[in-house]
Design a protein around this ligand. Structure first.
Ligand code: GUN
Length: 283
């Protein structure tokens, strides 16, 4: 068997089209959705991510402002910058690109973002609301994975979803969102003994460990849906996921490629969250 490929680029484009229509409608009412992106320092990967976010905003007619701050900026100065953005009426969403330099307390910074503008969904208030199933901004990557599953017609209720990875950004919220759709969820991670004994039970496997080709055919049940959240560079500097695609696509029923799977969905959902924030201005 060869898996059906879940095309995140295509699904992302379709959703972005719908988001662009909502941007037009907002603009007709005098509101241009605005996203502020704060980039601290010169991390090359962060610079690329931020440039992609800005380009995507422009492509669908949104306003985006990049605030570049030096590596040695004080935590206090960064917090002041966020306070100012919290009060600006042209900014509906605020994103602080992570990771931050070591001398800055990330938790303090994320907490400083007004929950109404927390389009990354990382603040304790957003996370708490998500846990309770209340209306809030969902973290973009797990939200994007839910959209991929939905658009691919994959049933979630009653399925066993196994998450590999327990990060605040992906693993933990991913399990919550699947649970809310009535999946049975198992969390595993790098210290789980005999990992294949868990992953082999998965109807839906989410790989979010951040290790190239970590998930092999020994981890997969025949017919499983495999979602690869990993973005790693291998020895040849090529982008690869957490899943050994060549091996696993012989066994899985559906699989996301890297690149072109989950990646394009993260920015798509950021755009969606920001438009949602702007729409609240008119409520
Ligand atoms: N760094 C890596 N991924 C992300 C993300 O989704 N949001 C932010 N703010 N920083 C990141």
């Amino acid at each position: 068997m060869s898996s059906a490929i879940i095309n995140g680029k295509e699904i992302g484009q379709e959703i972005r089209g719908a988001v662009a229509t909502r941007v037009e409608a907002l603009k007709a009412k005098g509101v241009t959705p605005g996203l502020a992106v704060i980039l601290v320092g010169d991390n090359p990967a962060s610079k690329t991510y931020v440039a992609n976010k800005q380009k995507s905003c422009e492509q669908i007619g949104m306003f985006s402002e990049l605030i570049k701050l030096p590596e040695d900026i004080s935590e206090q100065a960064l917090l002041e910058q966020i306070s100012e953005l919290n009060t600006r009426s042209d900014i509906h969403g605020i994103l602080v690109q992570l990771p931050l330099p070591k001398h800055i307390d990330e938790d303090q910074v994320i907490q400083a973002i007004s929950p109404e503008k927390d389009v990354d969904g990382f603040s304790p208030i957003s996370v708490g609301k998500m846990m309770l199933g209340q209306d809030t901004y969902l973290p973009c990557t797990p939200y994007g994975v839910m959209k991929l599953l939905e658009h691919s017609g994959i049933e979630i209720a009653g399925k066993h979803a196994v998450i590999v990875g327990r990060s605040h950004i992906v693993g933990k919220p991913m399990g919550q969102l699947l649970l809310q759709k009535d999946a049975t969820v198992t969390y595993t991670h790098s210290k789980t003994p005999d990992l294949p004994s868990f992953t082999k039970q998965a109807d839906i496997l989410i790989a979010a460990v951040g290790r190239p080709n970590f998930i092999t055919k020994e981890h997969i049940k025949e017919g499983a849906v495999v979602i690869d959240v990993g973005i790693n560079r291998n020895e040849q500097n090529k982008l690869v996921g957490d899943v050994n695609f060549t091996e696993v696509c012989e066994i899985a029923s559906h699989i996301t490629p890297v690149p072109g799977g989950v990646g394009p969905m993260t920015i798509t959902m950021l755009l969606e969250n920001t438009v949602q924030a702007a729409e609240k201005e008119l409520e």
